[in-house]
Design a protein around this ligand. Structure first.
Ligand code: FAD
Length: 443
């Protein structure tokens, strides 16, 4: 394997280009959008993302962890804003570890720059992949008026949710694919820093205004501003489809997120002009074809953003592939790619399941007293017996345990905690040794 073509210079594609370039492969990347350094790359999409342990592990593997650490803002816990404007803070874990917020466009730009600095990597923008023939190992790119053909030993589909490479695979027999839109979407609003450049919210936290069917979330930016995102159903009286005007947005915020209104000076304007976007989950199987084609990232497993793991899982795809390449070499690509599919399809499916599950937790459960009680009990058991109890959130965000194993463990913990929360008088005795012993007995 000498030449690699990566379709898509998003987060997964540009990361893979860098990492494969570092290994000495000749990498050509084709990206349909213009060069991010000459345009507003992230326009219309989430301005910032959360990097978690899996993301860091991948970046570390490629030797670029420090480059990215310079452009992140840590969040150590969730700050919950209730309907009355009261706030409560919950640390993410007992060790004080953080997740990190990063600007999507800055992250992408940095990865593109790092990849392009390698002499054996080229990135060509304004190149729309419109045809893939994996039997011949060719991709066709629409570049301006021309359609040009390129050949490769390995074709990587890193072209996101609407992947053209996956589109070609879908024409093959026995290639499985499913896409499901959830009935909620999202709209972003920017919460600026004060005129003195200070944050208007606790900068150390991810902020949530949970309102059961919907929520507002705030993630910090490097400039002390926050990206606010409303996740809500499209339908219903306060559905996003029924709130098109700026004044509708104000009415909605007055009813449900009143304390956030003073933080957003031009709320009506932003509400009306910022797009409302849909959210879909994509699953497919396999993640490869024959000996020369593979999918990574959202092209393989797009998911709803409620665990903040889509990009982390995408970087993990690449890291796992690179480690397989280290182990097997590239002389037997069939075996290598089969192994990649074997490891990553269950992980991708579990990532989708976990993300759907966390939507319920974020919008609904975090405001539920029973859920908060459960968290308190879990925290106590974890701090006294860290070897026996690791909460699901920690498994997903702060370890590299395969997503499917984390999911299984989470289900086991659900069963145990359901029984514990059903104990008589649990509200009064949750802190007792007896409750702790009951948890341990069920493990
Ligand atoms: C609101 C929201 C919030 C999110 N928050 C988080 C978070 O906090 N943490 C997290 O880990 N994940 C988060 N995600 C998920 C994350 O954005 C994705 O999982 C991640 O961007 C996937 O990276 P990717 O490179 O696979 O795809 P993309 O980033 O979508 O990149 C695909 C690239 O391929 C290009 N392309 C597409 N078609 C073609 C073509 N035909 N030819 C050439 N190029 C093409 C595109 O222009 C694009 O540059 C969030 C997603 C959303 C929607």
């Amino acid at each position: 394997m000498k030449n690699i073509i990566i379709v898509g210079a998003g987060l997964a594609g540009s990361y893979m280009a860098y990492a494969m370039g570092k290994k000495g492969y000749r990498v050509q990347v084709f990206e349909k959008r213009p060069d991010p350094r000459k345009s507003n790359y992230g326009s219309g999409r989430s301005i910032n993302l959360v990097v978690s342990h899996r993301g860091w592990t991948a970046l570390k593997y490629a030797g670029i962890e420090q480059d990215i650490r310079e452009i992140v803002v840590p969040a150590y816990g969730r700050q919950i804003h209730d309907l009355e404007g009261n706030e409560s803070y919950f640390a993410y874990n007992i060790e004080g570890k953080a997740i990190h917020s990063i600007s999507r466009s800055e992250f992408n730009r940095k990865l593109v720059e790092l990849a392009e600095a390698l002499p054996n990597v080229t990135i060509t923008f304004d190149s729309n992949c419109h045809h893939v023939d994996f039997n011949k190992g060719i991709v066709q790119m629409q570049q301006g008026e021309q359609s040009n053909t390129y050949t490769a030993d390995l074709i990587v589909g890193a072209d996101g949710t609407g992947s053209s490479v996956r589109g070609a695979l879908m024409k093959q027999p026995r290639f499985n694919f499913s896409q499901e839109f959830i009935d909620s979407g999202y709209k972003e609003v920017h919460i600026p820093a004060t005129q003195d450049g200070l944050p208007q919210l606790n900068i150390d936290a991810l902020h949530i205004w949970p309102r059961q069917e919907f929520m507002l979330m705030g993630l910090a930016n490097m400039d002390n501003g926050f990206t606010g995102t409303v996740f809500a159903p499209f339908d219903g009286e306060f559905g996003l489809d029924n709130l098109p005007k700026g004044e509708d947005g104000i009415r909605y915020f007055q009813k449900y997120f009143k304390d956030a209104i003073p933080l957003i000076p031009n709320l009506a304007e932003q509400w009306e002009s910022n797009p409302t976007s849909a959210l879909a989950c994509i699953r497919c199987n396999p993640y490869h074809w024959g000996t020369n084609t593979m999918l990574i990232g959202d092209a393989a497993h797009a998911t709803v953003p409620f665990y903040g793991e889509g990009m982390n899982g995408s970087l993990e795809d690449v890291r796992v592939f690179l480690e397989l390449l280290d182990e097997y070499g590239h002389s037997n690509m069939k075996k290598l790619l089969e192994k990649y599919t074997e490891l990553r399809v269950p992980a991708g499916n579990a990532l989708v399941d976990l993300s759907l599950r966390n939507f319920i937790e974020m919008r609904d459960l975090v405001a539920d007293p029973k859920f908060q009680l459960r968290k308190k009990i879990e925290r106590k058991v974890q701090s006294n017996h860290p070897d026996k109890w690791t909460p699901l959130y920690t498994l997903v965000k702060f370890t590299n345990i395969p997503y499917q194993q984390a999911k299984e463990e989470g289900e086991r913990q659900d069963e145990i905690m359901e029984q514990i929360l059903a104990m008589e008088g649990i509200e009064e005795c949750w802190d007792s040794d007896k409750v702790e012993q009951e948890v341990l007995r069920r493990l």
